[in-house]
Design a protein around this ligand. Structure first.
Ligand code: GLV
Ligand code: MG
Length: 325
């Protein structure tokens, strides 16, 4: 290990994160009954300019009046380039800050963006004498945000998670997309050379670099990386495939833009029974090996060593977190 210790952010279960437009209060009660880990009430892109003020009021009322159970609650404020943002922070934190676990910052571009919101939230929390400390979740969804992702991840003690906002990221980088978070047939390789007949087309994951880069910045700063939206909510298999790719790269959660996607996210982002069984056997095999004075042994015909224990412990920890949720 490095001499530098990576401090871990608040250990919050975040397999699924449901987006609920603040302008549609008729959706709030249903959302409160879902088995979702985090709900973010949206004041930003799901809300039209004329509805911003009413949406803010709806969100404050919903945080104060609805029983959200054990869910973590977040509010996505408007971007720092809009005049809605300061009132989002002031009104929501002043009037519902004690019921709020996190604020979601969209289109974060630089560490100074994080600093500015941190300063405002700190003043409000101090003035109101709140005991809780509101965390930050940042959406990395612009070329600028991706360029500065490491500084953003390190910019505040409030930081908890980084989210890949694929829709805005595509707009910002001018990527050619087909659907939000979906694959593109043009991002493919042909097998073989021009002499080969029947060459196969293998689609690639055009979001691989962006997600992998964000995961590194998140983990190097003790934060949770999450994958953002998958727009086609009538395609559960497409959603599952996207969630699995993100999980393989290290993401521990994914957004749901429709209630039907919540169960899919929880399923993909929870360790399977077989994974947990193997993790427990690894921990036992390594304990036995250590007692016998060995640092590496074989299990099921494969080498395991101390790195295997660290992976297994992460899995066992996740199972405990799910059990306590
Ligand atoms: C989320 O905000 C996105 O732009 O994908
Ligand atoms: Mg966005």
């Amino acid at each position: 290990m490095s001499f530098h210790t990576v401090e871990q952010a608040v250990g919050r279960l975040n397999r699924s994160e449901l987006a609920v437009p603040g302008s549609q209060p008729e959706m709030f009660d249903k959302a409160a009954k879902l088995d979702v880990d985090v709900v973010f009430l949206d004041l930003e892109d799901a809300v039209a300019p004329d509805e911003k003020e009413q949406a803010r009021k709806n969100v404050i009322k919903a945080l104060n009046d609805i029983d959200w159970g054990k869910k973590s609650m977040s509010v996505r404020i408007n971007g720092l380039d809009t005049h809605y943002m300061y009132r989002d922070v002031v009104d929501v934190v002043e009037q519902a800050g004690e019921r709020l676990d996190m604020i979601m910052l969209p289109k974060v571009g630089t560490a100074a963006d994080v600093y500015a919101v941190d300063m405002m939230v700190t003043q409000i929390e101090d003035a109101k004498g709140f005991k809780n400390r509101i965390g930050f979740e940042h959406i990395i969804e612009t070329a600028l945000g991706m360029q500065n992702v490491h500084e953003i991840a390190a910019a505040s003690k409030r930081n908890e998670s980084l989210h890949f906002g694929v829709a805005d990221y595509a707009a910002s980088t001018r990527a050619r997309t087909t659907s939000i978070g979906g694959a593109n047939a043009d991002y493919a390789i042909l097998t073989g050379s021009s002499e080969v007949k029947n060459r196969e087309v293998h689609w690639g994951d055009m979001w691989h670099y962006a997600i992998a880069r964000m995961v590194v910045a998140a983990r190097a700063n003790g934060l949770r990386p999450l994958d953002g939206p998958f727009g086609d909510f009538s395609d559960p298999e497409g959603y599952r495939a996207a969630a699995k790719r993100a999980a393989v790269l290290g993401c521990e959660g994914k957004w749901a833009i429709h209630p039907s996607q919540v169960a899919l996210a929880n399923e993909v982002m929870s360790p399977s029974a077989a994974d947990v069984d193997r993790a427990e056997r690894i921990i036992k095999a390594m304990a036995d090996a250590e007692a016998a004075g060995k640092g590496a042994v074989s299990l099921d015909g494969r080498l395991i060593d101390y790195a295997s224990i660290r992976q297994a412990e992460v899995m066992v920890q996740k199972v405990k977190q799910i059990a306590n949720a």
